[in-house]
Design a protein around this ligand. Structure first.
Ligand SMILES: [Zn+2]
Length: 272
């Protein structure tokens, strides 16, 4: 399942293909969107924003298209009116003279007036998106201390989209490792210094993954391992997917366990 950095990269591709060019046509498989098709003709896309796993395509006609990929949605960018070979169902197509942005399989697509966006049920409750909103480490530390979050385990908090948008399963394990925090801990169990380290870890790994095709490992180390012939799944992460293998820092065996029915990985030496 794609996480925030993967969605942001998809949004970048979509934005590059459709921003600043007049829309020739928008078409959708859904009845509730058909009424709007005419109002988009000739409009221009201003930008493509993300809120975690949701995408907001902003138009200059006062409308925004909201989409959430859930488990199966996938964007493709092609030359105008060319389509990929796929068994997926086309749900939304945005065409201009040069390019087409095509959303397949997603079922969660809505047209909103710009002023309705903040009240959309997902947008209204989702936490800050570290790739889209300006969030400093100290903003995040304040958030960690909020009563609604303070007493919950990190493993559950980090997957809660109302806490921080866009963190999924691989980022959860990786953020905890770089933050040096044991997965059973809660923010209230952490020192000020640990909270700061966790805040930095959230921001740093989200950006590292976004800018480096999903790599959360130290970039120099990843490069070195790659040069030695390692495959991407072998050099991509610190601990995620590495059960039974030695920690990259101290050689301790990486442990895998289930947290909230999803797998989580950690190093018992680095994460006390
Ligand atoms: Zn370790």
């Amino acid at each position: 399942m794609p996480e925030g950095p993967e969605i942001r990269r998809a949004a970048d591709q979509v934005e590059k293909a459709i921003a600043d060019r007049p829309v020739l046509e928008i078409s959708s498989a859904f009845e509730h969107l058909k009424d709007y098709e005419e109002s988009f003709r000739g409009s221009t896309v201003l930008k493509v924003e993300t809120k975690g796993k949701a995408m907001l395509i902003r138009f200059n006609n006062g409308y925004t298209i909201y989409s959430h990929n859930q488990l199966y949605g996938k964007w493709y960018v092609r030359n105008a009116y060319s389509y990929p070979k796929t068994n997926r169902q086309l749900r939304l197509a945005i065409h201009n003279e040069k390019k087409s942005a095509l959303l397949y399989s997603a079922s969660d697509i809505e047209v909103l007036r710009d002023e309705e966006v903040p009240e959309h049920p997902f947008i209204a409750k989702v936490g800050p998106d570290l790739l889209n909103d300006t969030v400093s480490p100290s903003d995040l530390v304040d958030r960690f201390k909020e009563r609604r979050f303070h007493r919950r385990k990190w493993t559950s908090l980090l997957l809660d989209q109302a806490f921080i948008a866009g963190i999924g399963n691989y980022l959860r394990s990786e953020i905890l490792f770089v933050g040096g925090v044991h997965p059973d801990k809660r923010p209230m169990d952490c020192s000020e210094e640990q909270l700061e380290k966790m805040a930095e870890s959230c921001i740093e790994l989200m950006w590292r993954s976004y800018e480096n095709e999903g790599i959360t490992n130290d970039l120099e180390l990843a490069k070195k391992l790659k040069a030695q012939g390692a495959k991407k799944y072998e050099y991509r992460h610190w601990v995620f997917n590495r059960a039974g293998q030695p920690c990259r820092l101290d050689g301790t065996e990486i442990i895998r366990f289930k947290a909230g029915s999803r797998r989580c990985y950690y190093c018992p030496t680095c994460q006390k």
